[in-house]
Design a protein around this ligand. Structure first.
Ligand code: AMP
Length: 283
């Protein structure tokens, strides 16, 4: 396993692989890796001859009052985890390698970014699309791996790939959770012990919503109410949103139909956590 910091080095290595006829998978991350990231790396290792893991805390996807400066970083630990998971190459650029001075081009999507996190974090998805486009051009992988944990991000990337004709297969990977149901996230490290216990309310409330749907409820308002009311039972939780949208275009739906995304964002203390599930309706 090798770590490189420049675009030039990645291009050289991938070029050599291509000469040998090898396939390449890309796993874009912001580092501070955990089992969620490792599940993506494992999937890529299974499906490709070589796997590149990018580790880059992308400054342009953070808003002015967000946690760019405090975002956890530990490249040594990340290297060990990528190695353990059999990734081949880490691309860990410095911000000025990705964004030299006078960087003025960006990639934006509409529609899929109107609601949920897109509505609350206005610069976020533009930053994500721009960095992911750059990574796609730098690595030129056959496949790229994204977690269902960030469901709106997945919809946005799929749309971008379709709209801009990237010849890359997007592979979605299921949410990896802690034993008590909390979705694994680098941001969970911000939680103090009391908040960590309180954070269980996210997955618990989604479970109640899912059970209600499985019993036949199709009215989204009622399901949203169930989830919201349960979240409100936790004194340390402050609901940011509870929404049910079409999983492809991320637009609101009134009734459970086709494939819906039930998504929540909740502050536990100062930490904003997200979680979701997808329901495929057979009716
Ligand atoms: P991040 O480093 O948080 O930007 O995440 C990098 C990738 O890992 C994204 O595609 C995430 O959706 C994915 N990911 C993060 N946490 C999880 C998780 N608990 N389960 C599955 N995928 C995850």
């Amino acid at each position: 396993m090798k770590l490189v910091k420049t675009i030039e080095e990645v291009r050289q290595i991938v070029k050599e692989w291509r000469k040998q006829g090898l396939t390449v998978g890309l796993v874009p991350t912001m580092g501070y890796l955990h089992e969620g990231h490792q599940s993506l790396i494992r999937k890529s290792v299974e499906q490709n001859d070589r796997t590149v893991v990018s580790i880059f805390v992308n400054p342009i996807q953070f808003g002015p009052n967000e946690d760019l400066a405090s975002y956890p970083r530990d490249i040594k630990r990340d290297m060990a985890l990528v190695d353990e998971t059999c990734g081949d190459l880490i691309f860990n650029p410095e911000p000025n390698e990705m964004y030299p001075s006078h960087f003025t081009t960006s990639v934006q999507t509409t529609e899929v970014t109107e609601l949920l996190c897109g509505a609350r974090r206005p610069v976020h998805f533009g930053g994500v699309c721009t960095v992911v486009s750059k990574l796609f051009h730098i690595v030129a992988p056959d496949r790229a791996y994204f977690g269902q944990k960030d469901a709106q991000q997945l919809a946005v990337i799929r749309r971008m790939v379709r709209d801009l004709n990237f010849d890359i297969e997007i592979v979605a990977c299921p949410i990896v959770r802690e034993a008590d149901g909390l979705a694994k996230s680098s941001r969970n490290t911000y939680l103090n012990p009391q908040e960590r216990i309180a954070a269980r309310v996210l997955s618990q409330s989604l479970k109640l919503g899912l059970e209600q749907i499985e019993k036949g409820e199709r009215d989204c308002k009622k399901i949203i109410q169930t989830i919201t009311e349960h979240l409100q039972t936790e004194p340390l939780a402050k609901v940011d949103y509870v929404e049910i949208v079409d999983n492809e275009n991320i637009q609101r739906v009134d009734r459970i139909q086709k494939e819906v995304l039930v998504a929540i964002a909740v502050y536990i203390g100062k930490t904003r956590l997200i979680d979701n599930f997808i329901y495929k309706c057979e009716d």
